[in-house]
Each structure stands twice: as C-alpha cells, then as structure tokens.
Ligand binder design. Structure first.
Ligand code: HEM
Length: 201
C-alpha cells in the first residue's frame, strides 16, 4: 500500500475511532445507568476533559512534525481539532440544555458573573471561527497567511481552557496545573522556534 492508501484505509479510521471512543463510552454508560449520582456533572466533566485533551493533542501535531520530519502528521490536525470542537459543543450543550434549560439570560448571567464560565465560554466561542474555516475551500479563499493568523486563536482557546479548568476545580488543582504546564511547553516551543528563525535586527 502507498502512504495515501495507508492513511485512507488505516490511519484515518483509527484516528476517527479513537476520537469517537469517549463519546461512545459515555453513551454506553448512560444507557447502562452508570453515570454516577450526578449524571449531568459526569457528562459535563467527561466532555470537558476530552475537549481539553484534544485541544492539547492538536497543539502537539506541529512540534511533533518539526521533531520527526514526518510532514504527513499535518493531515491529522484538522481531524483532532474538529473533534475538540465536537466535544466542546457537547460540553456546552450539556450545560446550556441540562443546567440552564436553554435560557439565554441564565447563561449570560453565568458568563458575566462566574470567572470559570467566562473563561470556558471564551475558549469555546473562539473555536467557532476555527471550525468554520477548517475546510480546504476556506484555506484557499483566505490565503495561507491570513488563515494561519486566524488559527492562532487556538492558543488563546488553550490558555482560556486551562484557566477554566483551574478555576473550576476548587480543592485539588494538580491536573489543571499539569495541563497548564503542557500548554505552556507547547506554546513555548513555538515562540522559541520563531525567535530562532527570525534573525535579530
Ligand atoms: C474549549 C472549551 C472548554 C473546555 C476545554 C472545557 C473544559 C472543562 C473541563 C476540563 C472541566 C472539568 C472537568 C473535571 O473537573 O473533571 C469543565 C467543567 C465545566 N465546564 Fe467546561 N470547558 C469548555 C467550555 C465550557 C463552556 C462554554 C461552558 C459553559 C458556558 C462550560 C461549563 C462547564 C461547567 C459548568 C463545568 C463543571 C461541571 C460540573 O462540575 O458540574 N465549559 N470544563
């Protein structure tokens, strides 16, 4: 098989399966009635953490490509990013529908008054233009430079998402701190590389 065939027949389906597994497990556990004492909280937390994991995974792709020279890795970045948006949408909808019964006023009150919701909302809203412009058509229409610039919004999303997580957990911030360090390293690598490539003036 050529690399394209491997990609189409093996790697892509495996990536799809991996990204869909958390949602499938959640659905399965839901039908089994095994979502714990507070199912809404379980669904919100599970979709939230998978959103964050996939955001981080999408940020790993480029440095991994630089480190390994395997340029084909770029083919998986959009898939991972769109799944991050998928889980982010499920996460937001769980909160908006099950916690707020689709009431915009309640949602807005939370966004304005609760810092962790402000951060989560910012992270999610900034993903919307990225999801919309993720197609080849949009890349062509916008031109690579503008598209790259717009897609830097993912850095703000990642930082806001970590802050959201950090502010949400009240007792033990160990995991948010781990994610924070991960995001800082992934963004730091980019800053370092950019600084090295740009000759000092
Ligand atoms: C990129 C966007 C987002 C990411 C990555 C994210 C991530 C997370 C994470 C990791 C958690 C905690 C999971 C845990 O403690 O195990 C969480 C909880 C939560 N998130 Fe988000 N979130 C995002 C957007 C939002 C938005 C837009 C809202 C609502 C407007 C929201 C509302 C909540 C709520 C209410 C909880 C607490 C659930 C509970 O304890 O009942 N999040 N989120």
């Amino acid at each position: 098989m050529t690399h394209t065939q491997w990609r189409r027949r093996v790697f892509k389906p495996v990536a799809w399966l991996a990204c869909l597994t958390p949602a499938a497990l959640l659905l399965y556990n839901g039908f089994q009635g095994e979502l714990g004492a507070n199912p809404v909280e379980t669904i919100t937390n599970s979709t939230g953490i998978w959103t964050l994991r996939l955001i981080v995974a999408s940020l790993v792709v480029t440095p991994l490509r630089w480190a390994t020279g395997v340029n084909q890795l770029i083919n998986y970045r959009r898939l991972i990013g769109l799944f991050a948006f998928f889980y982010g949408t499920l996460h937001f909808l769980t909160y908006f529908i099950l916690d707020h019964q689709l009431q915009f006023t309640g949602l807005w009150d939370d966004v304005v008054k609760r810092p962790y919701i402000t951060a989560g909302f910012t992270a999610f809203v900034l993903m919307i233009p990225l999801a919309i412009t993720s197609t080849a058509g949009w890349i062509r229409r916008m031109g690579g430079k503008k598209w790259n610039l717009l897609h830097r919004l993912i850095y703000i999303t990642a930082l806001a998402a970590v802050l959201h997580y950090f502010w949400k957990v009240k007792l033990d911030a160990t995991y948010p701190i781990y994610y924070g360090i991960g995001v800082a390293v992934l963004l730091g690598i980019r800053v370092w590389r950019n600084a090295r490539r740009r000759p000092a003036s």
